[in-house]
Design a protein around this ligand. Sequence first.
Ligand code: HSE
Length: 391
Amino acid sequence: MKTAVLGFGTVGAGIYEMLQRAEGLEAGPVYVRKGKADTPWKTDDFDQILADPSVEAVAEAMGGLDPAFSLAERTLASGKHFVTANKMLVAEYGVRLQEIAERSCAAFLFSAACGGGVPLLHNLALARQADEIVSVQGILNGTTNYMLDQMQSAPGGSYESALHKAQSLGYAEADPTADVSGLDALRKIRLAAAVAFGLLPTDGFSEGIENVTAEDIRFYQSRGLILRLIAKTARTEEGVSAYVEPVLFGKDAPEAAVRKNYNLASYEGRASGLISFQGQGAGRYPTASAVIRDLESIRCGARRMFPEGTANGSADSPGSCSRYFVRTEKAFAALFPGAERLAEENDCVRLKTAPFFAKTMHSLVQTIREEDGRVMFAALDPLAEPEDYLC
Ligand code: HSE
């Protein structure tokens, strides 16, 4: 199956290279921006790719929405298969692209858009056919995991130097705000919600690691806790939840052992129980390998990752129930009735709250943040301090 590649950056170059070696696949032309076609196998004329009947599939690795969205629409409308590593594209326009793919009987697959080389979406799409998916969660951003790992393994390691290192290693997005704010992980968990539940959330809360300080890390470590940034989605009778928040784990939890830029993605099936995948969530070859896997799946007949009837909707369910560690100005402590006061430092207090639903906690923090921009919170994994939680 001859496949054109859109974009020749880190991931695009990896896809092109792997296509030369993949059995049953063939590298087609590489589409680059105007004036950048400096070899015969590169082109800046997309119409030429569309008009070439020998090109059966297009693999997109340009990132962003423009021109990726219009190229995706045109590819699928022409009946050629479309595979992408672009989470922003699928999170924003996935439902629309699926509709176009259905009309033209083309395939639309995107497993590289969530977890890089970690085969979460691929397996979720398969598992959903035989089992009811209850929840999906994990460490889905390599940059922030790398930063937290640095801050926790080098005592006193600062946020700024950890971010600088993650950028120099090429893990972060061009604008790392999407990584550190949790938005990148939120986009990925929105895709997982769509594949698992047939609802592509248009919203969802994300709290990143921007307010985490070296003192916070020291405090958590003194209590035997490890901080990770976790993306979660679940379906209950109340609906679907999708959010990203920092979570504190005990030292023996699998999440605590995920080092550097690695991802850990798990789903819980009603019948299968918990299934986990761990591996590199970013980088040239891990991400390209997921694109090649999608192309191979198309050769074997796969046409879609979204369940039939997938629609956009709101992720407005309350989410999990947890106790939270909160660091805020003393004036806001009264917003957490029943909280245990763990420490006081200057004008700040550290609290361990009563159990809250994630949604309640997120709205409380948004209110506090209007006046205390440094407020920091992290959910306490229920297994870190087992007890009955009544929200
Ligand atoms: N910036 C992303 C990450 C790249 O750090 O996980 C892969 O999506």
